[in-house]
Design a protein around this ligand. Sequence first.
Ligand code: MLT
Length: 247
Amino acid sequence: MKLFVYHTPELTPTDNVPECAIAVDVLRATTTMATVLASGGEAVQVFSDLDQLIQQSESWPDEKRLRAGERGGAKVPGFDLGNSPLDCTPEIVEGRRLFISTTNGTRALQRVQDAKIVLTAAFTNRAAVVRYLLEKQPETVWIVGSGWEGSFSLEDTACAGAIAHSVVQQTNLSLDELAGNDEVISAIALYCQWQDNLLELFHHASHGKRLLRLDCLEDLKYCSQIDILDVLPIQQEPGVLKKHISS
Ligand code: MLT
Protein backbone atom coordinates (compact mmCIF):
# COMPACT_ATOMS: atom_id res chain seq x y z
CA MET A 1 0.00 0.00 0.00
CA LYS A 2 1.30 3.47 -0.96
CA LEU A 3 -0.28 6.39 0.82
CA PHE A 4 -0.41 9.97 -0.46
CA VAL A 5 -1.68 13.01 1.45
CA TYR A 6 -2.99 16.09 -0.36
CA HIS A 7 -3.77 19.08 1.83
CA THR A 8 -6.55 20.48 -0.36
CA PRO A 9 -8.66 19.47 -3.37
CA GLU A 10 -6.71 22.03 -5.43
CA LEU A 11 -3.40 20.25 -4.68
CA THR A 12 -4.83 16.87 -5.67
CA PRO A 13 -3.70 15.53 -9.08
CA THR A 14 -6.30 15.57 -11.82
CA ASP A 15 -4.60 13.31 -14.37
CA ASN A 16 -5.21 9.98 -12.59
CA VAL A 17 -7.17 8.39 -9.75
CA PRO A 18 -6.07 6.11 -6.91
CA GLU A 19 -7.59 2.74 -6.10
CA CYS A 20 -8.90 4.26 -2.86
CA ALA A 21 -9.55 7.91 -2.01
CA ILE A 22 -10.42 9.24 1.44
CA ALA A 23 -11.99 12.69 1.78
CA VAL A 24 -11.42 14.47 5.10
CA ASP A 25 -13.22 17.49 6.50
CA VAL A 26 -12.88 17.16 10.26
CA LEU A 27 -14.58 20.55 10.88
CA ARG A 28 -17.19 19.46 10.16
CA ALA A 29 -18.58 17.78 7.04
CA THR A 30 -17.00 14.32 7.31
CA THR A 31 -17.60 14.22 11.07
CA THR A 32 -21.26 15.00 10.34
CA MET A 33 -21.44 12.28 7.64
CA ALA A 34 -20.02 9.63 10.00
CA THR A 35 -22.47 10.72 12.70
CA VAL A 36 -25.49 10.57 10.37
CA LEU A 37 -24.69 7.02 9.28
CA ALA A 38 -23.84 5.92 12.84
CA SER A 39 -27.24 7.31 13.93
CA GLY A 40 -29.13 5.22 11.37
CA GLY A 41 -29.37 7.64 8.45
CA GLU A 42 -30.19 5.80 5.18
CA ALA A 43 -27.48 7.62 3.18
CA VAL A 44 -25.71 10.92 2.72
CA GLN A 45 -25.90 12.57 -0.70
CA VAL A 46 -23.54 15.47 -1.36
CA PHE A 47 -23.98 18.48 -3.64
CA SER A 48 -21.82 21.49 -4.35
CA ASP A 49 -24.81 23.44 -5.64
CA LEU A 50 -27.70 24.33 -3.34
CA ASP A 51 -30.29 24.59 -6.13
CA GLN A 52 -29.38 21.12 -7.42
CA LEU A 53 -29.70 19.78 -3.89
CA ILE A 54 -33.21 21.20 -3.56
CA GLN A 55 -34.22 19.95 -6.99
CA GLN A 56 -32.96 16.37 -6.52
CA SER A 57 -34.28 16.04 -2.97
CA GLU A 58 -37.78 17.01 -4.21
CA SER A 59 -38.14 13.51 -5.67
CA TRP A 60 -37.65 12.00 -2.22
CA PRO A 61 -40.60 11.59 0.19
CA ASP A 62 -40.72 14.44 2.70
CA GLU A 63 -40.49 12.21 5.77
CA LYS A 64 -37.49 10.34 4.31
CA ARG A 65 -35.25 13.33 3.62
CA LEU A 66 -33.36 16.06 5.43
CA ARG A 67 -31.75 19.03 3.75
CA ALA A 68 -28.52 20.27 5.30
CA GLY A 69 -26.81 23.39 4.01
CA GLU A 70 -23.78 25.29 5.29
CA ARG A 71 -22.03 28.34 3.94
CA GLY A 72 -19.23 30.13 5.80
CA GLY A 73 -19.88 27.87 8.81
CA ALA A 74 -23.51 28.99 9.19
CA LYS A 75 -26.77 27.16 8.37
CA VAL A 76 -28.33 28.06 5.03
CA PRO A 77 -31.72 29.73 5.71
CA GLY A 78 -34.68 27.47 4.94
CA PHE A 79 -32.73 24.21 5.29
CA ASP A 80 -33.61 21.62 7.98
CA LEU A 81 -30.06 21.47 9.32
CA GLY A 82 -26.72 23.24 9.06
CA ASN A 83 -23.55 21.18 9.40
CA SER A 84 -23.46 20.43 13.11
CA PRO A 85 -22.88 16.74 13.87
CA LEU A 86 -24.61 17.30 17.21
CA ASP A 87 -27.94 17.78 15.40
CA CYS A 88 -27.66 14.33 13.81
CA THR A 89 -29.22 12.25 16.57
CA PRO A 90 -31.07 8.98 15.82
CA GLU A 91 -34.39 10.76 16.61
CA ILE A 92 -33.73 13.19 13.76
CA VAL A 93 -31.87 11.18 11.10
CA GLU A 94 -32.94 7.54 11.46
CA GLY A 95 -34.17 6.08 8.15
CA ARG A 96 -33.66 9.38 6.34
CA ARG A 97 -31.34 10.49 3.57
CA LEU A 98 -29.28 13.58 4.31
CA PHE A 99 -28.95 15.82 1.25
CA ILE A 100 -26.01 18.04 2.14
CA SER A 101 -23.98 20.88 0.70
CA THR A 102 -21.08 22.48 2.58
CA THR A 103 -18.45 25.07 1.66
CA ASN A 104 -15.42 22.79 1.25
CA GLY A 105 -16.11 19.18 2.31
CA THR A 106 -18.42 18.37 -0.57
CA ARG A 107 -15.85 19.80 -3.03
CA ALA A 108 -13.15 17.44 -1.70
CA LEU A 109 -15.44 14.47 -2.18
CA GLN A 110 -16.36 15.48 -5.69
CA ARG A 111 -12.70 15.85 -6.58
CA VAL A 112 -12.03 12.16 -5.87
CA GLN A 113 -15.41 10.62 -6.69
CA ASP A 114 -14.07 8.71 -9.71
CA ALA A 115 -11.74 6.55 -7.61
CA LYS A 116 -12.67 2.86 -7.40
CA ILE A 117 -13.23 3.14 -3.64
CA VAL A 118 -14.23 6.43 -2.00
CA LEU A 119 -14.39 6.77 1.80
CA THR A 120 -14.77 9.65 4.22
CA ALA A 121 -12.77 10.05 7.40
CA ALA A 122 -12.72 12.19 10.52
CA PHE A 123 -11.06 11.68 13.89
CA THR A 124 -14.31 10.15 15.17
CA ASN A 125 -14.19 7.20 12.73
CA ARG A 126 -10.42 6.93 12.16
CA ALA A 127 -10.18 3.32 13.45
CA ALA A 128 -12.93 2.10 11.07
CA VAL A 129 -11.09 3.67 8.12
CA VAL A 130 -7.78 2.10 9.11
CA ARG A 131 -9.37 -1.30 9.64
CA TYR A 132 -10.81 -1.17 6.12
CA LEU A 133 -7.42 -0.22 4.61
CA LEU A 134 -5.67 -3.06 6.42
CA GLU A 135 -8.33 -5.58 5.30
CA LYS A 136 -8.56 -4.49 1.66
CA GLN A 137 -4.92 -3.45 1.13
CA PRO A 138 -5.60 -1.05 -1.77
CA GLU A 139 -2.45 -0.45 -3.80
CA THR A 140 -2.73 3.34 -3.85
CA VAL A 141 -4.52 5.48 -1.27
CA TRP A 142 -5.02 9.23 -1.45
CA ILE A 143 -6.11 11.15 1.64
CA VAL A 144 -7.51 14.50 0.53
CA GLY A 145 -8.05 17.33 3.00
CA SER A 146 -10.83 19.83 2.33
CA GLY A 147 -8.94 22.88 3.54
CA TRP A 148 -10.77 26.18 3.44
CA GLU A 149 -11.43 27.72 0.03
CA GLY A 150 -8.18 26.43 -1.40
CA SER A 151 -5.92 26.87 1.62
CA PHE A 152 -4.48 24.37 4.08
CA SER A 153 -6.40 23.28 7.21
CA LEU A 154 -4.47 22.05 10.24
CA GLU A 155 -7.22 19.69 11.38
CA ASP A 156 -7.60 17.84 8.06
CA THR A 157 -3.89 17.20 7.69
CA ALA A 158 -3.66 16.11 11.35
CA CYS A 159 -6.45 13.59 10.67
CA ALA A 160 -4.59 12.32 7.58
CA GLY A 161 -1.60 11.90 9.90
CA ALA A 162 -3.72 9.99 12.43
CA ILE A 163 -4.71 7.51 9.73
CA ALA A 164 -1.15 7.12 8.40
CA HIS A 165 0.28 6.81 11.92
CA SER A 166 -2.14 4.02 12.77
CA VAL A 167 -1.36 2.15 9.52
CA VAL A 168 2.36 2.29 10.33
CA GLN A 169 1.73 1.09 13.88
CA GLN A 170 -0.39 -1.85 12.75
CA THR A 171 1.78 -3.10 9.88
CA ASN A 172 5.39 -3.99 9.31
CA LEU A 173 5.67 -1.18 6.79
CA SER A 174 8.37 1.39 7.38
CA LEU A 175 7.48 5.05 6.95
CA ASP A 176 9.42 5.12 3.68
CA GLU A 177 7.63 2.05 2.36
CA LEU A 178 4.22 3.55 3.14
CA ALA A 179 4.72 7.22 2.27
CA GLY A 180 4.10 8.13 -1.36
CA ASN A 181 4.83 11.84 -0.82
CA ASP A 182 6.45 14.16 1.74
CA GLU A 183 3.05 15.33 2.96
CA VAL A 184 2.53 11.92 4.63
CA ILE A 185 5.59 12.46 6.84
CA SER A 186 4.56 15.99 7.79
CA ALA A 187 0.97 14.89 8.50
CA ILE A 188 2.21 12.17 10.87
CA ALA A 189 4.48 14.69 12.62
CA LEU A 190 1.58 17.12 13.04
CA TYR A 191 -0.67 14.42 14.46
CA CYS A 192 2.01 13.12 16.84
CA GLN A 193 2.53 16.61 18.25
CA TRP A 194 -1.18 17.16 18.95
CA GLN A 195 -2.66 13.70 19.41
CA ASP A 196 -3.32 14.22 23.11
CA ASN A 197 -4.74 17.67 22.64
CA LEU A 198 -6.72 17.84 19.43
CA LEU A 199 -9.18 20.34 20.91
CA GLU A 200 -6.34 22.78 21.53
CA LEU A 201 -5.15 22.25 17.95
CA PHE A 202 -8.66 23.18 16.77
CA HIS A 203 -8.42 26.42 18.78
CA HIS A 204 -5.30 27.32 16.72
CA ALA A 205 -6.93 26.40 13.40
CA SER A 206 -8.46 29.18 11.32
CA HIS A 207 -11.70 27.28 10.77
CA GLY A 208 -11.77 26.32 14.45
CA LYS A 209 -11.62 30.04 15.27
CA ARG A 210 -14.37 30.75 12.74
CA LEU A 211 -16.60 28.12 14.38
CA LEU A 212 -15.84 29.49 17.85
CA ARG A 213 -17.00 32.92 16.66
CA LEU A 214 -20.23 31.18 15.60
CA ASP A 215 -20.60 29.72 19.12
CA CYS A 216 -19.75 26.14 18.11
CA LEU A 217 -17.42 25.09 20.94
CA GLU A 218 -19.49 21.93 21.56
CA ASP A 219 -19.01 20.95 17.90
CA LEU A 220 -15.25 21.36 18.25
CA LYS A 221 -15.24 19.18 21.36
CA TYR A 222 -17.26 16.48 19.60
CA CYS A 223 -15.10 16.54 16.45
CA SER A 224 -11.90 16.23 18.52
CA GLN A 225 -12.83 12.78 19.87
CA ILE A 226 -10.89 9.96 18.30
CA ASP A 227 -12.27 6.52 17.32
CA ILE A 228 -15.70 7.00 18.96
CA LEU A 229 -17.80 5.94 15.94
CA ASP A 230 -17.49 2.47 14.46
CA VAL A 231 -18.80 3.50 11.07
CA LEU A 232 -17.32 3.77 7.61
CA PRO A 233 -19.04 5.96 4.99
CA ILE A 234 -18.35 4.47 1.54
CA GLN A 235 -19.48 5.78 -1.84
CA GLN A 236 -22.15 3.62 -3.52
CA GLU A 237 -22.66 5.81 -6.58
CA PRO A 238 -21.13 9.22 -7.33
CA GLY A 239 -22.05 11.55 -4.46
CA VAL A 240 -23.98 8.96 -2.43
CA LEU A 241 -22.39 7.50 0.70
CA LYS A 242 -23.74 4.64 2.77
CA LYS A 243 -22.54 2.75 5.80
CA HIS A 244 -20.07 0.02 4.81
CA ILE A 245 -21.19 -3.42 5.88
CA SER A 246 -18.15 -5.70 6.16
CA SER A 247 -18.46 -9.01 4.31
C1 MLT B 1 -16.98 22.81 5.01
O1 MLT B 1 -17.40 21.96 4.21
O2 MLT B 1 -16.37 23.79 4.65
C2 MLT B 1 -17.16 22.64 6.49
O3 MLT B 1 -17.66 21.42 6.83
C3 MLT B 1 -17.70 23.87 7.11
C4 MLT B 1 -18.39 23.71 8.45
O4 MLT B 1 -17.75 23.68 9.48
O5 MLT B 1 -19.62 23.64 8.48
